[in-house]
Design a protein. Structure first.
Length: 283
């Protein structure tokens, strides 16, 4: 097994931390970024120069460019870039503050875009590389009480749908990783909450809150198996465009796409009826 070098954002907890630990354990090098680098002190002591750590807040555009450039300069080559930094924001759209909305979009969506734009020139110069974007089953489905989180995940998927063919000629592959519910800290300590309004108590938003508080949502995903699948995906050629992970992710996304396709078919006659009469104008 050859040693690979990975660049991972958001490594303090969740999948970012678990990926870092698994990769170091198997002998790879990891450039790990997080807002408080002392959070990886134990791993740094154990693995020495195979772990490269820097402070990074992906909402800081200058810092993103600086840290990415420094990582490639210090490590020489980076095989896999993992956009993992992000968090969940819970609340009905009306309940969220402008500041909460801006921070959610700047972290989950714009932050991933910044990192991607910063690494592309380096990967292009290498003539190869893989980008793994942590999306979610929430990049193809949506629940009440999570509108802004879904906006960022649907947004980053749309971004990469365009970018994938842009960078494919340079040997750069991309995979959108779409886990379902997993037993990580994601919906706990790292999440943000809007101030609830009583008017939503007897609506689907209120139902979601009560179910979550009561622990009624199944959490089938095994983080260790998910991390192993993510790591294994980089050896698949060509890069799988999407990696659905978890039984809930498969069933919910399959149902959503089937429903959406039926809705598309229902519009067929109307859609075709709105074309110009006669041959299409190519202007």
């Amino acid at each position: 097994m050859h040693q690979s070098t990975w660049f991972i954002t958001g490594t303090s907890s969740g999948f970012g931390r678990r990926l870092t630990e698994a990769l170091l354990e198997r002998g790879d090098r990891v450039a790990a970024t997080l807002r408080r680098p002392d959070g990886l002190a134990e791993l740094a002591e154990r693995y020495g120069d195979r772990l490269w750590v820097r402070a990074l807040d992906v909402t800081d555009p200058v810092a993103v460019r600086t840290v990415v450039d420094e990582a490639f300069a210090d490590l020489g080559r980076i095989d896999v870039v993992v956009n993992n930094a992000g968090y969940a924001l819970f609340g009905a759209a009306e309940e969220l503050t402008d500041e909460q909305i801006a921070r959610q979009i700047d972290t989950n969506l714009v932050g991933s875009i910044r990192v991607t734009r910063a690494v592309i020139p380096h990967l292009r110069a290498q003539g190869a590389g893989r980008i793994l974007q942590l999306s979610s089953m929430g990049g193809q489905i949506a629940f009440p009480n999570l509108s802004l989180y879904h906006a960022t995940k649907w947004g980053i998927e749309g971004f990469f749908e365009s970018v994938i063919p842009e960078i494919a000629p340079f040997g750069i592959g991309v995979t959108l990783v779409e886990p379902g519910s997993a037993r990580t800290e994601f919906a706990g300590s790292s999440a943000a909450q809007a101030e609830p309004m009583a008017v939503y108590d007897d609506t689907p938003v209120g139902e979601m809150r009560r179910a979550a508080a009561a622990g009624e949502f199944p959490v089938p995903g095994d983080p260790a198996k998910i991390v192993a699948a993510i790591i294994d995906s980089v050896d698949v050629e060509p890069a799988p465009r999407r990696l659905l992970l978890g039984s809930d992710a498969y069933h919910l996304v399959q149902e959503a796409l089937t429903t959406r396709l039926a809705e598309v078919e229902a519009t067929k006659d109307l859609a075709l009826s709105t074309d110009v009469d006669g041959p299409a104008d190519t202007r």
